[in-house]
Design a protein around this ligand. Structure first.
Ligand code: FES
Ligand code: FES
Length: 155
């Protein structure tokens, strides 16, 4: 049994330590918000946080995350309300097909932790590993900026 802490809840998973975290999240823990895109670390759809750092869960074995705090899109918001980024995503109608968006949000959340007031260039650089086949990049940028302002205001 492997002990994982996912979204502040303890999970005991009967799984191979070499299994990618993404498979355990989706197929065992039934947290299907995190998506399988390329499986090769190249699209960002599977992005989750491990101890606050964004990682590609398709390339992260379970053995590397036992005892660490894993946060998925289901745990991004604290409490009942939406995270400011999620609200900004809604306000700006960011998603098209939606497939990449959980990964986009998790990367955006990590960006705002590092840079609370990111420039366009900061956003382009940080988010470049998250691919969107629907080309929602301009709306993603707008929403990140809106959330950044809002998060500064509530500080
Ligand atoms: S599915 Fe992990 S980076 Fe594409
Ligand atoms: S919204 Fe369709 S891939 Fe990004």
């Amino acid at each position: 049994m492997l002990e994982l802490t996912i979204n502040q809840k303890k999970h005991s998973l009967d799984a191979d330590p070499n299994m990618p975290l993404l498979y355990a999240l989706r197929d065992i823990a039934q947290l299907t918000g995190t998506k399988f895109g390329c499986g090769l670390g190249q699209c960002g759809a599977c992005t989750v946080h491990v101890d606050g750092t964004p990682v590609r869960s398709c390339l992260t074995p379970l053995a590397a995350v036992t005892g660490k705090a894993i946060t998925t899109i289901e745990g991004l918001a604290s409490g009942e309300g939406l995270h400011p980024l999620q609200q900004a995503w809604v306000d700006n109608n960011v998603p098209q097909c939606g497939y990449c968006q959980a990964g986009q949000l998790m990367s955006a959340a990590a960006l705002l932790k590092q840079k609370p007031s990111p420039t366009d260039k900061d956003i382009d650089t940080y988010m470049q590993g998250n691919i969107c086949r629907c080309g929602t990049y301009p709306r993603i940028k707008k929403a990140i900026k809106q959330a950044a302002v809002q998060m500064q205001e509530v500080k």
